[in-house]
Design a protein around this ligand. Structure first.
Ligand code: IMP
Length: 188
């Protein structure tokens, strides 16, 4: 089955493709010549992922997969959470990381987790969703050059390194997105 990934983020598309390879024929918005960047104004990850899936579905007859992810920091009461992409401005990852470090200056409780919700929308409009989570800590400085977003600040407890120090295979094996996708596959 051909599956269109509702994201313009090349890192995300690669991670999703790696997990779903052999199960779906994954295509990107670019490959389908679709330009779509809806406003993510939901209050939950599920609402935002559904907004993305429905917006992209207007441009295609294919099944669509959307994900919405957030970094939730205990000492910040769960922030940035659903505001992760626009924490310090508009999709500026470096500024988002800088703001996070500033807000956590002197904070000893560094516990955090990523949550990811994936929504699969069939061409007939039916949807199915799944969630994944991974726990870790926010470092006081960045480590590693792989990944994207908050990866260089997130020390993954299970891997014993940041996601930016991990290979994509290592990240996918334990990550919020990898787990959400595996949970989705189990539901299918
Ligand atoms: P969205 O799911 O694309 O809306 O992403 C929300 C925010 O979280 C953006 O700032 C992304 O860069 C960041 N983000 C999403 N997934 C990951 C990830 O796997 N690692 C680190 N940051 C991520």
């Amino acid at each position: 089955m051909k599956l269109l990934i509702a994201s313009n983020n090349k890192h995300k598309i690669r991670e999703i493709s790696d997990v779903l390879k052999g199960k779906f024929d994954v295509v990107s918005l670019d490959e389908e010549n679709i330009v779509c960047d809806p406003e993510e104004n939901g209050e939950t990850f599920l609402q935002n992922a559904t907004i993305k899936a429905n917006a992209v579905a207007k441009h295609t007859a294919l099944a669509v997969l959307a994900d919405d992810t957030g970094l939730c920091v205990d000492a910040l009461g769960g922030l940035p959470g659903v505001h992760s992409a626009r924490f310090a401005g508009d999709h500026d990852n470096a500024q988002n990381r800088k703001k996070l470090l500033q807000m956590m200056t002197g904070t000893t409780n560094r516990k955090a987790h990523f949550t990811c919700v994936v929504v699969l929308r069939y061409p007939d409009g039916k949807t199915i969703h799944a969630e994944g989570r991974v726990d870790g800590e926010i470092l006081t400085e960045e480590r590693g050059n792989n990944g994207f977003g908050y990866d260089s600040l997130f020390f993954c407890t299970e891997l014993g390194k940041t996601f930016a120090e991990a290979t994509e295979e290592e990240k996918n094996a334990v990550s919020h997105r990898g787990r959400a996708l595996h949970n989705l596959l189990e539901k299918l």
